[in-house]
Design a protein around this ligand. Structure first.
Ligand code: MN
Length: 203
């Protein structure tokens, strides 16, 4: 069987569908250039590893794995990100279902969760992500502040929702104003999808 590689997923909506919170130009570049670059990067390293193994050649394992983690992390997080966004009207508002209950139990209110998640996103040092995760051991939703694509990650926690705060995610629409982008994000969160992720996890 042939070795498989990563593939850029199609968006579940048009490039212009998230406007005015995320413009067509911003989303097109983010998806077709930045996300694509992580897919290409991960595949290039896998190919390099394949080749070295076939020829039994030397390869710098440490730097290869570091680069692989960066690129696979980028690919997987972006894939989750696109799916947890939805056009305004369909997205935004408040979560219901199991997710709404879990958030309320842990944070006291949706507003409190929103505040903490917003602060997590705004305060990521350098480039990174804010993520809502779920810990099955404690049955708590826990916010994870990821630096780059792969630092501060809790192993085994299911990621329910992510927000990309790399500057490449918002510079066209918001220049350097990350806080304004994070505020806009709440209008296009696909709560149905995020709720689906926790329901699948708890099944
Ligand atoms: Mn990105």
């Amino acid at each position: 069987m042939e070795n498989k590689f990563y593939v850029l997923p199609k968006l579940p909506y048009e490039y212009g569908a998230l406007a005015p919170y995320m413009s067509e130009e911003q989303l097109r570049i983010h998806h077709s250039k930045h996300h694509q670059a992580y897919v290409n990067g991960a595949n290039a390293i896998l190919q390099r590893l394949d080749k070295a193994r076939k020829e039994d050649a030397e390869i710098d394992i440490k730097s290869s794995l570091k680069e692989l983690s960066w690129n696979i992390g980028g690919h997987l997080l972006h894939s989750l990100f696109w799916e947890n966004l939805a056009p305004p009207g369909k997205g935004g508002g408040k979560p219901g279902g199991v997710l709404g209950d879990v958030i309320e139990k842990e944070f006291g209110s949706f507003e409190r969760f929103k505040k903490e998640f917003t602060q997590a996103a705004i305060s990521v040092e350098g480039s990174g992500w804010a993520a809502l995760t779920y810990c099955k051991q404690t049955q708590r939703p826990i916010i994870m502040q990821i630096e780059k694509h792969n630092t501060n990650v809790y192993p085994m926690f299911r990621i329910l929702m992510v927000l990309d705060v790399f500057e490449h995610a918002y510079y066209i629409d918001y220049k350097n104003d990350r806080a304004k982008f994070v505020e806009a994000f709440w209008n296009i969160v696909n709560w149905d999808e995020v709720n689906k992720r926790i329901e699948e996890l708890l099944k």
